[in-house]
Write a new protein. Sequence first.
Length: 223
Amino acid sequence: MAADPASVTVDEQPIDRPHGIFVALHKPAGYVCTRDSGEGQTIFDLLPGWWRARKPLVTSVGRLDKETTGIILVTDRGDVVHRLTSPRSTVEKVYEVTVDRPLDAALTARFAAGTLLLDGEKSPCLPARLDRLSDTCCTVTLTEGRYHQVRRMFGAAGYLVTALHRSRFGAYTLEGLAPGEYRDVPADVPVLLLEAAVCRPAWLVEVEGVAIVPDSTRHPAFL
């Protein structure tokens, strides 16, 4: 009979998180999402040092660039990483964006159309939802995760992103977490995320083949 991982000890000490690691971290600016300290401080400097020796390796689910703040998921569950970073995944990621000049009202429809082609890319971005908060601030909801995607999307439209913060990843937010802090994700949240990864967001509707984003609808699983 296999031993219960929770009952296994090393030097009479219980093993930390024997069933695996899955945490949400509030990434501050100035940290990179790699283990290479040559690029500066890493998000793994904010986590327990002994996690670096765990097998399987602890890694982030995707990355945020050095100056972007916000939620980053960290886990040693390779199946979760693969599922949530797969090109087929449609988990919602919400970003709070500040740009260098007033936002054009037409940008909402442009992002929602699913026709925005980024420099160097062969396929256009999937439809994205833009909700304007002020003249120069908005939220953007994506269901994919390309390299520096939010900054590049606004750059393609002639804007410079001056501040970028990811406030939500799927069903999980940063509520109560200060920059640099992390907390365990409840056991059922990874399941929620995996189920959401194969669901088309309810706010995305096609009318005569054109994607539009209604103002009043949101995926109920994420409210």
